[in-house]
Design a protein around this ligand. Sequence first.
Ligand code: GDP
Ligand code: MG
Length: 439
Amino acid sequence: MDLGKKLRETLAKLTNKPYVDEDAVKSLIKDLQRVLISNDVNVKLVFELSKRIEERSLKTKKLEALSLKEHVLKVVYDELVQFMGETYTPRVDKHKVLLCGLFGSGKTSSTGKLAYFYKSKGLKVGVVAADVDRPAAQEQLEQLAKQVNVNYYTIKGEKDAAKIVKKALSESKDDVILIDSAGRSAFDEKLAQELDGINKVLKPDETFLVVSADIGQVAGKQADQFNKNVNITGVIVTKMDGSGKGGGALSAVAATNTKIAFIGVGEKMEDVEVYNSKRFVGGLLGVPDIEALMEKVQKLAQDEDLSKIQTDEFTIQTFYDQLKAAKKLGPLKGVMSMMGLVDLPKDMVEQSEGKMKKFESMINSMTNEEKRDAKLIRKASSRISRIAKGSGCSEQDVRDFLSQFEKMEKMMNMFKKNRGFRSKMEKMMKGGKLPKMGM
Ligand code: GDP
Ligand code: MG
């Protein structure tokens, strides 16, 4: 999703900085505001969010072990998770569920998806076609019921939804019963009455409002309006797969007093997820296990200086330290985005994993002197052949490594001289114009 990419770029700008101060935090917040607002997140909500991020970043005491940069990253992550709502725990006992919402929001598909979901939890499931406005809706649900192999109830041609529900309840021996109701193009009195009629006979344990992510922040208004009239217990946000406004829809719903229960992420019956804001935000930021990663970053910071790259001279030894540190941190892709190398081409990352192993064994065969001064190796072919033998690589491999190291060395020197160079380099990487490197 576009929002994720933009957020990662925004955070990378911060992690790229050699040190973080108040100005850096303020400019991060400005960038965040721009990204969120351009993704249809409500302006007022964005300002509230940025105020909290600013206060927690700059005014609250940070943990001793965290650098300010890490502290700010953590604050942003925590606040985004909070902003995107709570985590839902689905009921897995015997219960009755009503799905409501406007036309085309995804009620009928979501009824099928939930049937599939609860069935996969080992529950006996029945679905009820109580959309009395569109005859085709009954057939649509009947097909989905067949597809996921659950019980199906309706009365063909019946215009009173409550009657259909009543009959279904009298016949059903299911653990979970899901009612698909009729939609409207907007919430109106007639819809309120119809839902009221269903409620009287059904007495639902869960009432899910189905909204489509592509309506963006309007999803919040819809949730409010339905909730005032029918007491919504959870919202299903569908079409999260296809919409650039998903962040806007989720955050707007999260700001109401209804919670997000499920998200629909495709047209197939299995394309449904229990909503978990941590997982959602983690996915956006490209580091699903950000908490574990943060812990590791902290631990590492104590015994290895990750910032060496910006301050010290760049040698094979520092390169090796970086490799080791990066390996401890876990999946290379996540680590790279944390370190500010955003959205590297996929093959480059995959290729790097294998190369790292080779590099490591070569470096292990070098003397300390060589690790400090790569030119020594360049000058003496005897050193090259010794390292090749020691590491089980070819002499050409060692020469390749040296060339790559020299390229990196050159870049690191440019980094030091010119901070703007880094962003230029990232642009080049995206355009695929960068010479192939080890990392
Ligand atoms: P209803 O009028 O509220 O019952 O909506 P439907 O369930 O009939 O869905 C309307 C359209 O949206 C259908 O073409 C569905 O396949 C599609 N749809 C529903 N949920 C999703 C989703 O999560 N992702 C995508 N891509 N399409 C969806
Ligand atoms: Mg329908």
